[in-house]
Every structure is written in C-alpha cells, then in structure tokens.
Design a protein. Structure first.
Length: 251
C-alpha cells in the first residue's frame, strides 16, 4: 500500500475536533487526505486540530455544524465541496453519550441521543451521497459496542447505535456499487487526558481492562486505524460492523 493512499482525496469527519474524531482526522491526513472537520461547541479544539492537520502537509478547515439540522448539514457539505472540489471519504463520528436508568429515562433524553447519533449520520450522508458516488467514495460510521451488547444504564445510547449499525447495512445496499459503507464499533476507549472524569471513572477503566482479553482498554488510535482500513482497503468490503474492542464482546 502506498505511504499516502489518500493523496489527492478529501475527507469530512463530523465531530472531528477532539477525542476519537480528532485522531481519525489526523490519521486520514497522515494518509494524504485533505480534511474538513465539524464541531458544535468545541471551536478552540477544532482550530487546534486544523493546525495539527496542516502541520502534516494537508489542507484542513473546521466548520460549525449541528448534525441534527438539515440546513446546517447542507451548508457544511456545500462548504466542503466548495473548498476541496470533491468528497471521497465521509466519517460520521459526531455523537453523544448519556446514562440513565431505563425506568427513569425521559423522552427528551431519548430524542436527544437519537437526534445526534442516528438522525445525524442519516442527514450528513443524504447530503453528501451524490458527491461520494461521483468519487467512488467510502462512508465509515462510528458505532459502538453498546450497539451490539446491551448496557442497562444506557438503553437510549445502545438503541441509537444499534440503529446506526442497521443504517450502515441499509446504506451499503442502497449505495452499492459506487460507494462502500462500513461501521467501526469501539469498545471502552481510554483517553490521555480525561475531559470529564465522571464520564470515565478510573475504577471502571481498570475493571474493563481486566475483563478484556487483550488486557487493556482501547485507544483512539485503534479506532482511527480501523477507519483508515475501511477508507483505503478493498471497496468490495461493505456493510460490515467491525468491533474494535480487544475482545471485550467475547466476555
């Protein structure tokens, strides 16, 4: 495989300012792609990610985008096409994670998670698909192990990601043969700096690492490398849900 298999191509990564999205954007840039990222509230992080991408020699820019909004999504995709002239890779990464006991889950919590995690990828893909077809492009959705295994305290999140997994396979059938569509489903991911300690308590991180056959939790780089495989590997691979979890789903 060439050292820069995405040279001359462009990518759009939603939620690309921080965490997994940031690492995905950087990994695609290292592979030669020009990269547009979106953010909703993390403007300073988005600007820093753009600077890092540019330091790798790729063109980059950040766009404020609410993936729940048709108008916002339409403007974002149009801006990416205006800037780069083409779109080869779409990574639907923007998502929210929430916890609630199922019998106390409010309709507002349910709708909020589905609006971002399921409707968002649908809207972005619908707006981008004509350009991706022209480029014989790739779509990679970021699902979750929670869409494969039930987590009692995260029913709305699990259901939204399970829906995204099915949407991935539906897209794969609908958009073939021009566009391949796959999904990466992360397990527990550790981050070097915990932005919200309540979101990933240290005790939980150690417990999940001990349960995982590979005896560690995942890293953002693990997810980004899986995305890169789907972005650069055989286009004949489509409709796949790839759990990147160190074997956690086996336990």
């Amino acid at each position: 495989m060439p050292t820069q298999p995405l040279h001359g191509k462009s990518a759009l990564v939603t939620g690309g300012a921080r965490r997994i999205g940031r690492e995905i954007a950087l990994t695609l840039a290292r592979a030669g792609a020009d990269v547009a990222i979106t953010f909703r509230t993390s403007q300073s992080e988005a600007e820093e990610t753009v600077r890092e991408i540019e330091s790798l020699g790729s063109n980059a820019f950040a766009l404020a985008c609410d993936v729940r909004s048709e108008d916002s999504v339409r403007q974002t995709v149009a801006s990416a096409i205006t800037r780069f002239g083409r779109l080869d890779v779409l990574v639907n990464n923007a998502a929210i994670f929430d916890s609630a006991a199922l019998d106390q889950l409010s309709i507002e919590q349910w709708d909020s998670v589905f609006e971002t995690n399921t409707r968002g990828p649908f809207l972005v893909t619908r707006e981008a698909i004509a350009h991706l077809r022209s480029a014989q492009g790739r779509i990679i959705n970021i699902g979750s192990l929670g869409g494969i295994r039930p987590w009692a305290g995260h029913a709305h999140y699990c259901a939204s990601k399970a829906a995204l997994h099915m949407l991935t396979q539906t897209m794969a059938r609908a958009f073939a043969p021009e566009v391949s569509v796959n999904c990466v489903a992360p397990g527990w991911i550790d981050f070097p700096v915990q932005i919200d300690l309540d979101e990933q308590p240290a005790d939980d991180a150690r417990r999940f690492a001990a349960r995982t056959p590979m005896l560690r939790n995942g890293k953002a780089e693990d997810i980004a490398q899986a995305v890169l495989f789907f972005a650069t590997g055989p286009s004949f691979v489509t409709g796949q849900i790839l759990a990147v979890d160190g074997g956690l789903a086996l336990t």
